[in-house]
Design a protein around this ligand. Structure first.
Ligand SMILES: [Zn+2]
Length: 205
């Protein structure tokens, strides 16, 4: 399993470079990404989350039982693009493997998107995605542009999540002195990195 970079790690906020589809190491990397995704019980994992500055991610929505068949997929998305999107946006409650312990981050997503990418066999694909699959794709696509869930939060939402973090620290009898959401979140993640302090069950993408 590859180590997952957490909030505060610089690579998560960088714009990634295109994947060289002729890279001989690629299939090995993809395999490792799927392994890491499975072990983390996640449904999506983007390359920068494991420290790779490359434009690709893996998605496995098969683990969501209640999902309709046409939204179930296990594939890699190399050099993905969003070609077009619906006018309608929906509100989505998300978590991120790089921001463990913080769940139910509410963000807006396009309800339907048309995308292109290269799959595991390096075939060019165009697909229209909707529902959960469209949401997960947009979450992972954001990662490739250095965009995290926390970047999309309003000041009010940040205050709510800051309180949640303060509660976690209090419960664990950890003292702190941070005024803003970003700093206290960074501190919490540094404690998660040191697994002796806090354990967590991860979810989502
Ligand atoms: Zn994520």
């Amino acid at each position: 399993m590859l180590p997952i970079h957490l909030y505060g790690s610089g690579i998560l906020e960088k714009v990634c470079d295109n994947v060289d589809l002729k890279d001989k190491n690629l299939s090995h990397l993809i395999k490792k990404m799927f392994k890491t995704l499975n072990k983390s019980n996640g449904i999506g994992l983007a390359a920068p989350q494991v420290g790779l500055n490359k434009r690709f991610f893996v998605i496995n929505t098969n683990i969501i039982r209640e999902l309709p068949k046409d939204e179930k997929i296990r594939d890699v998305f190399l050099n993905p693009l969003i070609i077009s999107f619906s006018n309608k946006k929906i509100s989505s409650s998300e978590g991120c493997l790089s921001i463990p312990l913080i769940s139910d981050i509410v963000v807006d997503r396009y309800e339907e998107i048309k995308v292109s990418y290269y799959n595991q066999k390096l075939e060019y694909c165009e697909k229209t995605l909707k529902g959960k699959l469209a949401i997960v794709f947009q979450h992972e696509f954001d990662h490739l542009n250095g965009v995290l869930l926390t970047h999309k939060l309003s000041q009010d939402q940040k205050e709510i999540h800051k309180k949640d973090i303060e509660n976690i620290l209090l419960e664990n009898q950890i003292t702190y002195s941070f005024d803003n959401f970003e700093d206290i979140l960074k501190y919490l993640m540094s404690l998660v990195n040191d697994r002796n302090y806090l354990s967590y069950s991860s979810c989502l993408a």
